[in-house]
Design a protein around this ligand. Structure first.
Ligand SMILES: CC(C)(COP(=O)(O)OP(=O)(O)OC[C@H]1O[C@@H](n2cnc3c(N)ncnc32)[C@H](O)[C@@H]1OP(=O)(O)O)[C@@H](O)C(=O)NCCC(=O)NCCS
Length: 144
């Protein structure tokens, strides 16, 4: 992901989500955590991105998907699946045991997408603080 890609993501993200979400594309995910960030283009058109990074905590290395977005005209064509495959491969090579993402209960598209890709889901009532329930998706990675 280049700075020009990041700039474009910030410009399209509200439209792609259908509402204000641009604070989720915090610059930290490009400048400090952007090494594994991915974009996909069709010619000159940005059609998808994945903001993710590798985290190590308590000796466990995890690939974390913070945000994935696909251009509305390019959904259900396997773009998200492909971005996840590339990210998983990079995490696998970096020695991650698993990959993880979180979602809110109402985000049906995201839930269906992760389940279709074979991720495990767990509902945690206070994941994001008191009464801030989240769905936590994880996928164990196979042998490196
Ligand atoms: C969720 C999202 C990333 C999926 O990307 P995508 O490129 O459309 O997904 P794919 O085409 O790779 O779909 C893979 C499979 O996931 C499932 N799937 C994906 N989107 C789905 C939806 N909206 N409803 C039901 N199933 C869905 C399907 O089984 C699909 O396979 P199929 O099309 O052969 O049936 C995309 O819809 C998006 O950007 N949504 C808005 C942003 C968002 O909510 N991001 C996730 C939270 S950060």
């Amino acid at each position: 992901m280049t700075k020009a890609d990041f700039d474009q993501i910030v410009e399209v993200i509200d439209h792609w989500w259908g509402g204000p979400i641009s604070t989720f594309a915090h610059p930290i995910f490009f400048y400090e955590l952007g090494e594994e960030a991915l974009v996909m283009h069709d010619g000159d058109t940005l059609i998808g991105f994945l903001l993710g990074f590798i985290s190590t905590q308590e000796g466990r290395t995890t690939g974390y998907v913070h945000l994935v977005g696909i251009h509305p005209d390019y959904r259900r064509q396997g773009v998200g699946r492909l971005l996840y495959r590339h990210f998983s491969d990079a995490c696998n090579k970096a020695g991650c045991a698993r990959i993880k993402a979180i979602s809110t209960l109402g985000n049906e598209g995201s839930i269906r997408f992760h389940l279709a890709l074979g991720w495990r889901v767990q509902e945690i009532d206070d994941y994001a603080g008191p009464n801030r329930r989240r769905l936590v998706f994880t996928c164990e990675l196979l042998r490196r």
